[in-house]
Each structure stands twice: as structure tokens, then as C-alpha cells.
Design a protein around this ligand. Structure first.
Ligand code: FES
Length: 106
């Protein structure tokens, strides 16, 4: 099991336990756990609706690919610890991370 902590858009903090699955991304998983997730692009790293900040454990995650970096650059509120949840796999890299969902940019 993978255990992580999520702060939602209302500032509520919850711990989640996830079953590892490389075929699933974190955006879909959060949606399945009833997190409000607009995800206009459907997980293609285009809309940045799934923008989140990694407050703890950023170094554990796989490096972002170019398409993720390009989309993050379009967000005025992007920070050094910004990631797109749709580009994160549900694997051990998520173990123990603290993640905060951000408000939609438009
Ligand atoms: S769902 Fe669109 S960028 Fe992640």
C-alpha cells in the first residue's frame, strides 16, 4: 500500500491509502476517491486543472517530462514544487508525500 496525504481545494487534509498500479495516474485516482477534479484534457498534460504542489517528498517523484513542464509554465501560480497529478503514476514514488491541490487557473 501507498500512503500519502492530500490537502484539497478547501484546505481539508486527508490521508489516503492506495494500491500501487503503474497503469493508473494520480489524477484519476483522486477523482475515484471523490476529490473534485475537472481535468478538461482528460489527463494529457494540457489543461493544468490537476495542478498540485508537492509539499513533502518531491525528490521521490520521477522527473517531469517536457509536455508537463510546458503546461506548468503556462500557470502563473506554478512553483518549483508544482506537478500535474495526471502525470504521476500510482507507485512507490508517492509513498509518504504531502500534496496540495491548487485552485483552477480559469
Ligand atoms: S488533467 Fe489536464 S493536465 Fe492533468
Amino acid at each position: 500500500m501507498i500512503q500519502l496525504t492530500v490537502i484539497d481545494r478547501q484546505g481539508q487534509t486527508n490521508e489516503l491509502q492506495l494500491v500501487e498500479d503503474e497503469d493508473v495516474n494520480l489524477m484519476e485516482t483522486l477523482k475515484n476517491h471523490d476529490y473534485e477534479m475537472r481535468a478538461t484534457c482528460g489527463g494529457l498534460a494540457l489543461c493544468a486543472d490537476c495542478h498540485c504542489l508537492i509539499l513533502k517528498g518531491q525528490e521521490q517523484l520521477a522527473e517531469p517530462q517536457d509536455d508537463e513542464l510546458m503546461t506548468l509554465e503556462s500557470r502563473p501560480d506554478a512553483q518549483n514544487n508544482s506537478r500535474l497529478a495526471c502525470q504521476l503514476r500510482v507507485n512507490q514514488g508517492l509513498q509518504g508525500i504531502l500534496l496540495q491541490l491548487t485552485n483552477y487557473s480559469n
